[in-house]
Design a protein around this ligand. Structure first.
Ligand SMILES: NC(=O)c1ccc[n+]([C@@H]2O[C@H](COP(=O)([O-])OP(=O)(O)OC[C@H]3O[C@@H](n4cnc5c(N)ncnc54)[C@H](O)[C@@H]3O)[C@@H](O)[C@H]2O)c1
Length: 254
């Protein structure tokens, strides 16, 4: 990937210690951005950032709990003192594999509220923290990581991820005049350890899911990178409020 694509940009990625978040952070850094890797697991975020630093890339790891306004503000403050601004925000932090059951009728409501707090209100908290900085610059790119699960019945997870699609459109409408693009990415079934855990390592299920998509395979994290870089770069300057499905041809919306 050309290093010029995101030269001079500063990206903050939440969930950057996760299977996809770490790949997203690396891709943004390799494209020339300075990257803040933020995660509830601050030590893993720092380790991931150190790996990038060792390769001469600009990266910084920070602990951030997206369910706490205070923690989000603190992480943004630390990012600002390190890199001075934020021009790209990627919201990848979420609960998925941890959710005991997706069934709204069976799920304890404490869990229901926790999923909404992390997967839906979490991105809103980070967006609220990022927007003043982007407005001061008159530009910015926000990418919310939703899921193909938003568009099929998939319980609490799907509700949270469809909510994120809706939030994306509302904020795109509101922030367009500030030069801020707000889009979402909807990955499909991924060949990641988190994806396998969420599917309870059920090989028969994996075979059925792969068969159900047009391209007949699960996706690799690298398959999402082109779409991510598109939505984070000037190449998508006239694209906002959209959800880009990258899923091997699983969800086909007309
Ligand atoms: N992997 C898949 O199969 C798949 C498919 C579709 C969509 N997605 C979405 O992609 C994104 C990344 O998924 P992943 O596979 O990397 O998952 P993952 O479980 O590997 O990573 C999620 C990360 O979020 C962090 N996190 C959890 N709660 C947090 C909080 N309160 N504050 C800050 N960080 C918190 C975790 O520590 C973890 O590092 C998620 O939004 C997920 O819903 C994943």
């Amino acid at each position: 990937m050309t290093k010029q694509l995101l030269a001079g940009e500063v990206a903050l990625v939440t969930g950057a210690a996760g299977d996809l978040g770490a790949v997203f952070a690396r891709a943004l850094a390799e494209a020339g951005a300075s990257v803040v890797l933020a995660d509830l697991n601050g030590s893993k975020a720092e380790t991931e950032a150190e790996e990038l630093q060792n390769e001469g890339l600009q990266a910084f790891g920070v602990a951030m709990d997206v369910t706490s306004e205070e923690s989000v503000a603190d992480a943004f403050e630390r990012s600002m003192s390190r890199f001075g601004t934020v021009t790209i925000l990627v919201n990848a932090a979420a609960l998925m594999k941890e959710i005991p059951t997706m069934d709204p009728l069976a799920l304890d409501l404490t869990w229901w509220n926790r999923v909404m707090d992390v997967n839906l209100t979490g991105p809103l908290r980070t967006i609220r923290a990022a927007v003043p900085h982007m407005q001061a610059l008159g530009r910015g790119k926000i990418v919310n990581v939703s899921s193909g699960g938003a568009f099929i019945p998939s319980g609490v997870y799907g509700v949270s991820k469809l909510g994120l699609v809706s939030l994306t459109t509302s904020l795109a409408k509101q922030l367009g005049s500030s030069g801020i693009n707000v889009n979402a990415l909807a990955p499909g079934h991924m060949n990641t350890s988190s994806g396998h855990e969420a599917r309870h390592h059920d090989d028969a299920l994996v075979a059925a899911l792969s068969h159900a998509v047009a391209l007949k395979t699960l996706g690799e994290a690298k398959d999402l990178v082109g779409g991510l870089l598109f939505l984070c770069s000037s190449q998508s300057d006239w694209v906002t409020g959209q959800t880009l499905s990258i899923d091997g041809g699983w969800i086909m919306r007309l």
